[in-house]
Design a protein around this ligand. Sequence first.
Ligand code: PEP
Ligand code: MG
Length: 573
Amino acid sequence: MGMKTLKGISAASGIIKGVACRYIEKIEERVPHYIIDKDGVELEVSRLDDAYSEAKESIKKLQRSSRNILGKIEMGIFNAHSMILQDETIYKEMVDLIGSRSINAEHAAYDTFNEYADKLKDKNGHFSEITHDIVDVRDRLITSFSGMSGDFGCSLGKKQPVVIVAKRLTPSMVLNIPREHVLAFVTEEGGFTTHATILARNYGVPIILNVDVENNIKCGDKIIVDGSAGKVIISPDKKTNDYYSAKIEKRLARKELCRTGKDSSKIKLPFHVKMKANISTLDELKLLKDLKCDGIGLLRSEFLFSGRDDPPSEEEWFAIYREIFEKIGDKPVIVRLIDIGGDKLPGYLRLPPQDNPDLGIRGARAIDMFKDVYLSHVKGLLRAAIYGNIRVLFPMVADVSDILSFRSIIGKAKSALRKKQIKFRNKIKEGVMIETPAAVVLAENILKMVDFANIGSNDLIQYTLAAARGDQLIEKRYHILHPALVKQIEQVVKAGKKLKKEICLCGEIAGFEEYYPLLLSTGLRSFSVESAKLEDITCQLLHEKKPDKSTAKEFYKLTTKHSIDRFFKEINR
Ligand code: PEP
Ligand code: MG
């Protein structure tokens, strides 16, 4: 077979060479269909109940065993799955189906979940995430009947690290495949910010989505995955193979150079670049222990108690923040006040159904609705701030009035603490997330009021391009290096320079080391990334050439996906 090159969407960078191994779900082949007698209904319902108990227990087990490898949203994924299994409407529909159509329990469960998944499929991004969860729970339940789950399509995956090639990733599937067996993930479906992709990204391997795997890749194929260019090459010819071997070798040598004592502060760039870490759970702090970085650029508070049904008390907030601040020591920690709405909703906050959650109750708009929750949260933070070098960050700001809403809750928290004569830190620097196009347009007005800003590219992309995060159907439009985003970054950086305020990029795109020539050319000098990527990026910076402004200019001229290819061609020369 001759060489084949497939294009997809890159969800994690890196380049590897290896063999492909198909991961087969084929759940439908494991669903027996049969008709039951009228007096067999009871037995089928009790089989359904057993499978439910087994599925719930397997989620708990997975949660326990993954506690140390999972961070931020990941643990919350399993809470979402448990909640689906607790949904009485879904359960009742299955029971009714067993009786009304006289069918076996697996068949009823399969049809019911599929119906829900189909209903939710074509709604907005928020719900397409739920579709994945529903399919994952369906498969877990079906597996609970038979004890058989999806598996490698060939024995290679059991013997050696392979490129996992699958129709799609699900959270359970990712966690079922041991990390040491994975060189990369290549899938047909999937979104840049879906739960499964976030989990897979933690493996630190290249990920490419939206590849036509079904017709092109089979078990045992020699394969190159170029996560930087979003390219999958099957059966590479000698020239391509040699090209990538040299590239991989160069990268490894570079990494080794960084590891063997080259101080990360010896950046050869003609300016200093700040590298910080994004953190969402206590677990992630462990990863930071030996890494050199300029502090925490984004602490996502909303994930700290995400699985809880009852709101955390002031004491609990105080305790968790104090623990984090004491662990970090003197380095600055930027604490974002809880950022809720869209795909982020801790269990302790209940929002009425909204037609469009990404455009609904988010950021400052939630303060009035959950005043007590915010008060405990802010009071706990202000008290713990005595133990750290902290700054506070306001999420989802669209204009100056949003800043005033956050300030007002901070003011109320301070008065309450004063009244009770409880010690807290009074002076804390304040910053905003710039992640709405409105905030970009008003960047100067907003920056005048605060000390610094973080650019949240994950949300800024979706609001700029009107393409929801994680929506399968428009994933191709969620264009992570769209010129409209790059231009907005430049605009904010310019405002920051004028007003002498630090601008830090903390969205997922900052986790791609290859984008740094472009990102640096916008004037950005401060970044906050997943801790797993800190080393690679610091290393990239050590070897970075002075960024070439013409690369960015050339890039702006083009507005299609073609522009990204051009950019990669430039940087891969
Ligand atoms: C962002 O939107 O880019 C961001 C960093 O915030 P989050 O991903 O938590 O919404
Ligand atoms: Mg955001």
